[in-house]
Design a protein around this ligand. Structure first.
Ligand SMILES: Cc1cc2nc3c(=O)[nH]c(=O)nc-3n(C[C@H](O)[C@H](O)[C@H](O)COP(=O)(O)OP(=O)(O)OC[C@H]3O[C@@H](n4cnc5c(N)ncnc54)[C@H](O)[C@@H]3O)c2cc1C
Length: 496
């Protein structure tokens, strides 16, 4: 149904593109304004020296066609029945000395191997595996926002998630670092702390692993940028207008109503409704006054220890061999001081699972050193010259550590690129360079807020920050939810 009304969207990442597609589905005209030359935001990849650096999807939640989230991904054109996925068989491997343990996609195989490697932890391992099984029941609400759900919806969600409260009871009030201490074996402790930051609540690890185990977290072949471009094409094919290289300067508010946006070049664009789908720290402060910020968000920004963020110092390499198949491997390294923090553990991930990323017989390898708020401050404190020099300096140190761990790479490893939390801030205006939403730490409420702005009508918020932990599924459903909020305000059906 054509309404003749226009929805303007700020940001062409996954949330913005999704909002655009659902706005068109609901009969609105839709225009997206994106500051970068390429859509996709943090769901991104780029080419260097004949290689493709894929920089997002480690797993895409919602690849199981029996889930409601799959339907959303299909609607936006990200995946469908014919999508081909990487043939991966493991989540990751942790090494310590001569010991190595792996979380395989097959739970029985994992249990057997872990018990063999750490018989002293058999009881704790069995419990971990049992609860990963329960964690498969974790569902991301995809039909409508939680506050629009009725009693029937809650009953149905309760049924779907029947086993999940068990996981929350056991693993919802302990952080990963404390949880790892339940294991006696040093390599098991590493396995538990390697993947997610130590202050995350433990259930996040179980849910992430469970998503892979149950086949609902695959990696679409051709990578993250290709997926973003598929979604952008769907938006344009449906009649949406995507303005690239067009940064937005502010939301125009008249009285108590958002009436459009002002572009950085001063042009005013009128709209019946505005959806912002960019970082919310940028929204409240740059696009509109910080006075409008919801209380919960304000508290999170003031409590940096309670609501930390995640970013990375990342280095990509071309490897002149078919290196190690599909592995993400964590290992001890000689301590590396970056700013005020010292790192003695790092990981490499081989992208050999996708042949389109490298010439035949060669592979892309990436290293990631997880970065936090304080690391961001270090990078930010540097002058332009110091920043470039430090990046090169640390990349070289990382390379040396990789060669020490994998001597077979000597003479076969070439630096392609390296980037820092500052890169995410420059590229996407991401708060402290975060590529996920706020981390939920023990004792703090999970961050979640309604995608509306109190005191401003016709302004809606999409994007991964509306619900922790963020990530692609939250981004894609938040775009749909923003449009449903418009429909509800217009007293129309929210079934889209
Ligand atoms: C290394 C890495 C690995 C990841 N792995 C996974 C994973 O395995 N699974 C998963 O689910 N998620 C993963 N993520 C997270 C995922 O990429 C993000 O959660 C998601 O892409 C966020 O989408 P978004 O649309 O909410 O925000 P963004 O992608 O940040 O989009 C916001 C958009 O707004 C634009 N913008 C900002 N300011 C303006 C302005 N003034 N005017 C116009 N446009 C503006 C930005 O350029 C950007 O395009 C990963 C991210 C990274 C970087």
């Amino acid at each position: 149904m054509e309404t003749g009304k226009k929805v303007v969207i700020v940001g062409g990442g996954i949330a913005g593109l999704s909002a655009g597609i659902y706005a068109l589905k609901a009969g609105y005209q839709a225009e997206i304004y994106e500051k970068n030359a390429v859509p996709g935001g943090e769901c991104m990849g780029w080419n260097r020296k004949g290689y493709h650096i894929d920089n997002c999807i480690h797993w895409l939640t919602g690849t199981d066609p029996d889930t409601k989230l799959w339907q959303v991904w299909k609607t936006v054109g990200a995946i469908d029945e014919n999508t081909e996925y990487a043939n991966t068989s493991r989540f990751y491997t942790s090494r310590l000395g001569d010991k190595e343990v792996t979380l395989w996609n097959n739970l029985e195989k994992t249990q057997e191997e872990l018990i063999k490697a750490a018989p002293e932890d058999e009881a704790e391992i069995r419990k971990f595996i049992e609860y990963v099984g329960y964690a498969k029941a974790c569902v991301i609400p995809s039909e409508k926002p939680l506050d629009m759900m009725g009693i029937k919806d809650y009953i149905s969600m309760g049924k779907d998630m029947a086993d999940f409260p068990k996981v929350m009871k056991e693993y919802g009030k302990i952080n990963i670092k404390d949880y790892s201490q339940k294991f006696k074996s040093p390599v098991m402790r590493k396995l538990m702390t390697d993947y997610l930051p130590a202050d995350y609540t433990t259930y996040s690890l179980l849910v992430s692993y469970a998503t892979m185990v149950c086949g609902n977290g695959n990696i679409p072949l051709k990578g993250s940028l290709a997926m973003s471009l598929r979604i952008a094409s769907r938006f344009k094919e449906m009649g949406g207008i995507l303005h690239l290289n067009t940064p937005v300067n502010r939301i125009v508010i008249e009285g108590k109503k958002a009436v459009g946006i002002e572009l950085e070049d001063g042009t005013n664009i009128a709209a019946d409704a505005v959806i912002t789908a960019c970082d919310v720290d940028f929204l409240f402060g740059r696009l509109i006054s910080r006075d409008y910020m919801p209380k919960a968000l304000k508290k999170a920004y003031e409590n940096r220890n309670g609501y930390p963020i995640t970013s990375g110092f990342q280095v990509a390499y071309a490897i002149d061999s078919d290196f190690s198949g599909e592995d993400t491997i964590f290992f001890d390294c000689e301590p590396l001081q970056i700013g005020s923090n010292e790192f003695s553990r790092m990981s490499v991930k081989s992208y050999a699972y996708d042949k389109s990323f490298a010439p035949e017989g060669k592979t892309v390898l990436q290293a990631n050193i997880v970065q936090s708020d304080s690391d961001y401050q270090f990078w930010e404190s540097l002058s332009k010259e110091e920043y470039s020099a430090k990046k090169a300096h640390f990349a070289e140190k990382v390379t040396k550590r990789i060669i020490r761990e994998f001597p077979e790479l000597e003479g076969k490893i070439e630096l392609l690129d390296c980037w820092t939390p500052l890169t995410y801030n420059r590229y996407c205006n991401a708060y402290h360079g975060s590529y996920m939403g706020f981390v939920t730490t023990v004792g703090n409420k999970q961050m979640r807020f309604k995608g509306v702005v109190k005191g401003v009508d016709d302004l809606y918020i999409a994007g991964q920050w509306v619900m922790s932990p963020g990530g692609l599924p939250i981004a894609v459903v938040s775009g749909k939810f923003a449009v449903q909020r418009i429909l509800k305000r217009e007293k129309r059906s929210i079934d889209i």
